[in-house]
Design a protein around this ligand. Structure first.
Ligand code: SF4
Length: 307
């Protein structure tokens, strides 16, 4: 299957989209925070990012979902070609990568350097380019993709985001992204506000996920079991059901698709500022995790999580 972005690149439409994205950066509304800062002139909004692209790491990653990683190992071929962006448009007080998202660990790269990184990942046998926390750097990332296409980029693009997205930006990404991989973190506005400073999280996330699914559909794998196109949803189980898992799983099953690939994640640990919130200050129990998986089964979901 040919990646989406090749057709847009050949028709010249990708250049038009890049121009549109950079115009948005002049009065930034790349995400629902709508800070209206002129990031091209050095102003910074909630995410603290300017016009310069900042990454924390570029390397093959073997800890992602099997359809992204394949069965290869570091000494063989495979893995997900991950590009970790510095900063974030959310404010999760339990962020597992808080040194990158909150503390700004990373280094600046030009879009040309980024494109070289993409080609190197492809040459290492990675199955995709996995843009981790891309939301606040969409213009620069799409420009990097366009340059990399000239250098021979041909593997799928993964948009691996926290789920707090503007639907208008997701619409502009149509034909550029092959695989959308959003988190759906909360259904409860109070908890989304308290733990991620985004009380409208679920509303924005639902709008975005509907649009993502409209564009790419359910996750499609090739004969090797490697993802080529589609939607892959992540849902992290929080202790004391602070995520509101039932409503999230209901939304996926009833409003997206029962064939959605859903990774129900059990790896939450109370780090960064989570210790300041008693209800968040423990790992979820196995029983809590199993209850969420049982709910997913009851709702008719069947891909991406344990039996
Ligand atoms: S990307 Fe950053 S500056 Fe732009 S609206 Fe979102 S938080 Fe604000």
């Amino acid at each position: 299957m040919q990646p989406n972005y090749l057709r847009l690149c050949q028709s010249g439409e990708l250049d038009g989209r890049i121009a549109q994205f950079y115009t948005i950066l002049e009065c930034c509304t790349l995400c629902p925070r709508e800070c209206h800062k002129n990031r091209l002139k050095g102003e910074r909004g909630y995410c603290r990012s300017g016009d310069e692209l900042v990454v924390s790491a570029i390397h093959p990653h073997f800890g992602e979902e099997e359809p992204l990683v394949g069965r290869g190992r570091p000494w063989g071929v495979g893995g997900s070609g991950s590009i970790f962006l510095t900063g974030c448009n959310l404010g999760c007080i339990y962020c597992q990568n808080y040194d990158i998202s909150h503390l700004g660990r990373g280094y600046p790269v030009t879009t040309r350097e980024l494109s070289r990184g993409m080609i190197e990942l492809q040459n290492m046998g990675c199955h995709n380019i996995n843009l981790v926390t891309p939301t606040h750097f969409v213009p620069q990332l799409v420009e990097g993709i366009r340059i990399a296409v000239e250098g021979g980029l041909r593997i799928p693009i993964v948009y691996n985001c926290g789920g707090y997205e503007s639907v208008s930006i997701i619409r502009l990404l149509e034909g550029i992204v092959d695989i959308y991989m959003p988190d759906i973190k909360y259904s409860d506005p109070q908890n989304a506000g308290r733990y991620s400073n985004a009380a409208d999280y679920f509303i924005r996330c639902q709008e975005a996920v509907r649009e993502m699914h409209r564009q790419v559909g359910d996750l499609q794998l090739d004969s090797r079991g490697i993802a080529q196109r589609g939607l892959l949803i992540r849902h992290l189980i929080l202790p004391n059901d602070l995520a509101g898992s039932r409503e999230i799983l209901r939304f996926i099953a009833e409003e997206i698709s029962k064939d959605s690939y859903v990774n129900i994640m059990f790896q939450y640990r109370p780090i960064f500022k989570a210790g300041e919130y008693e209800e968040l200050n423990r790992r979820p129990t196995l029983d809590e995790y199993r209850r969420a998986v049982a709910m997913a089964h009851d709702l008719g979901l069947h891909r991406g999580f344990g039996k």
